[in-house]
Design a protein around this ligand. Sequence first.
Ligand code: ZN
Ligand code: ZN
Length: 367
Amino acid sequence: MTDSPALVPMDVAGRADRVRASAADAGCDALVITNLVNVRYLTGFTGSAGLAWLGTDELVLITDRRYAEQAEFEAGQAGVDARIEITNDAPKEMLAAAGAGVDRIGLEAASVSWADQRKYAEWFNSELVPTAGAVEQCRQIKDDGEIDRMAKAAAIADAALDEVRPMLVGGPTEQEVALALDTAFRRRGAEKSAFTTIVAAGPNAALPHIRPTDRPIGPGELVILDMGAVVDGYRSDMTRTVAVGDPDPEAQKVFETVREAQQLGVEQVAAGAPISDVDKACRERIDADGWADAFVHGTGHGVGLDIHEQPWVRATATELLEVGQVITVEPGVYLPGFCGARVEDTVVVTADGPRRLTHSPKTLAVS
Ligand code: ZN
Ligand code: ZN
């Protein structure tokens, strides 16, 4: 319910037909959508309980009485023609009626529990088909409205980091810096942080996803700051590595290598290019300095309504990049007990090459 007139409109209503086509490719005549992020994608509904039925010619949003008004409002705001059904019981009759005469009904395999699957098997007289990524596949390609939200989220993170960076000089704890970033996001209009903000210094920076601790940040330590904001459900993702004072020369070299690798990776982002080329460019640069084994994660991921979504940017990816995908490029090197560095941008694939949404400077020194 945060849609503001300043945001570029999204084509939410057009999504149902694209997901229908995707479901048909998976051999389904209808889909039961239980992943709440996917429910939101199709209907605009942001409540914490509900599901959607996507039939050949109808979209039904089923939720409970707490959300009756919100469901109508949000679907209306999104311009979606969905029938809203309210129940405080299991939606057995509604789903059984919708599914009558439908041959093959797709379930989202990754979000249906074993218990729910057994219920659906009782409720429907149809063949139930496990599907994977029928909606997520469609979510990969963002429209201008979605990209506008992610750009605004990225701009908030850029401004927040700019505001908070000077505080590092005073030797704060990791937690204090993370809190300052989270607060700056909110003050600047973000709904929330896109994930638990990472601030990791010195030896902690060698742990790629450590949570901020109460350890004070020491002089010369590399500090990894990984952050994102949320605007109208859409997320940004950015990592910078900084140091207060002169780092150890080896740590400085780690940072320079990672920064160069990241730049080389972003340069591979082009419509029609293999996704694996982005990973390869980063990995080859890091390998050239002998740190291949210290780059312990994939190069990036899609971003959108989820912080991590398709496509996955890794060596084994077989897909080609497409216009409208939004991915991160985030190589890192982690030397246990010593230091770590990661640099990450959120990048849109456009017909003219990569468009970065995250713009914070990549300079190491904070003074
Ligand atoms: Zn990140
Ligand atoms: Zn990321």
